[in-house]
Write a protein that binds this ligand. Structure first.
Ligand SMILES: NC(=O)c1ccc[n+]([C@@H]2O[C@H](COP(=O)([O-])OP(=O)(O)OC[C@H]3O[C@@H](n4cnc5c(N)ncnc54)[C@H](O)[C@@H]3O)[C@@H](O)[C@H]2O)c1
Length: 323
């Protein structure tokens, strides 16, 4: 079995490609290396350096490799940037998906797995949030993910492929040093980068309606996320699922201050922080119900918060990123 993985040189994508390989599934990676790194890929995995928005190239790649399916991870993912430059996000995230879906339809590719996000919920009506709860994204990034799910459903209804949108909650940790998250936007790498530079970490907002006033999220280990992709890809291929939207989270929340404590414990020293006002587009609390993915795919998170933080903290931290 062979899957095409867009964004496969990225943080999550490289974990997915590694997990596919460990399950005996071949990958071909398509990545423009805008934020990804070729060094993350296992030996022998082909990397095609291309922009997924280039429809002609994408169609040619699908014709050349004839994959059993595509896992589409390539996207921009910075919420703050999406608020400052919304049209960049609508263009890049949606045009990339449109181009992939056009190639899927043109070549009769049977399956599509799409990286969606908990950002589609905005501030959920209840916690934990299920896939049947209302969606109300609070930033342009989240809206591109929700529109992406609509695009998938419409394209699948017309072309007949099977699809699954995976709504990741907050992905963190690392399966191996070279696979770690080197971006400067997610909380755990931001905390580690602040510690490495000897400066205080920044907490955005301490007046949320949560137990300690800081925002609560559901942190899930990237290796667990990768396993969920393998299970979903196999289930799609064997027609055990056909059109699904699935949360991937642990079903437990942690606040920013709890994450600071966890990182401090992993590093063995306190982590000072400063508080700034809330960021636009940041909901108070977002925690997944993982009941449906457990029921359909038998998936459950194997790693707890300690595993997540310890695996991330064990990595050398890049010094050039802003905290
Ligand atoms: N990290 C999280 O917590 C999280 C949560 C929810 C959803 N997601 C989604 O998961 C996916 C992967 O995220 P990540 O954290 O690995 O980010 P990442 O930036 O590490 O990975 C994205 C990859 O896509 C590539 N890419 C971007 N635009 C491209 C284009 N136009 N053509 C070809 N390649 C392109 C980048 O080079 C990179 O390798 C994204 O779709 C993101 O929105 C991430």
């Amino acid at each position: 079995m062979r899957w095409l993985v867009t964004g496969g040189a990225g943080y999550i994508g490289a974990h997915v490609v590694t997990a596919l390989g460990e399950s005996g599934v071949e990958s071909v990676v398509v990545d423009d290396l805008s934020t990804g790194r070729a060094a993350r890929l296992p030996l022998g995995v082909p990397l095609v350096r291309a922009d997924v928005r280039d429809s002609t190239t994408m169609r040619e790649l699908f014709r050349r490799y004839r994959p059993d399916g595509v896992i589409h991870l390539a996207a921009r993912k910075d919420v703050a940037e999406s608020t400052a430059h919304p049209l960049r996000y609508y263009q890049d995230n949606l045009d990339g998906l449109r181009s992939v879906l056009a190639a899927v339809a043109a070549t009769g590719t049977p399956s599509v797995l799409f990286s969606s996000s908990a950002a589609v919920y905005g501030t959920p009506p209840r916690s934990p949030v299920t896939e049947l709860d209302r969606t109300a994204p609070e930033n342009a990034y989240g809206r591109t993910k929700l529109i992406g799910e609509w695009m998938l459903r419409d394209a699948a209804a017309s072309a007949g492929f099977g699809w699954c949108a995976l709504r990741y909650f907050n992905v963190a940790g690392a399966g191996a040093p070279h696979l770690r998250d080197t971006g400067g936007t997610n909380l755990v790498p931001r905390l580690l980068q602040a510690a490495a530079r000897g400066i205080p970490a920044t907490v955005y907002g301490d007046d949320y309606p949560t137990p300690d006033g800081t925002a609560v999220r559901d942190y899930v280990h990237v290796a667990d996320i990768a396993d969920a992709h393998v299970s979903a890809a196999l289930a799609l291929r064997h027609r055990e699922i056909h059109d699904e939207i699935l949360n991937i989270g642990r079903g437990e929340g942690a606040s920013v201050l709890q994450m600071i404590d966890a990182v401090a414990a992993a590093l063995g020293h306190p982590l000072p922080y400063v508080t700034e006002p809330r960021r636009a587009g940041d909901p108070a609390a977002v925690v997944a119900s993982p009941a449906r993915i457990r029921e359909l795919l038998g998936w459950r998170a194997r790693h707890d918060l300690d595993d997540i933080v310890t695996s991330a903290a064990a990595q050398p931290v890049p010094e050039t990123q802003a905290a």
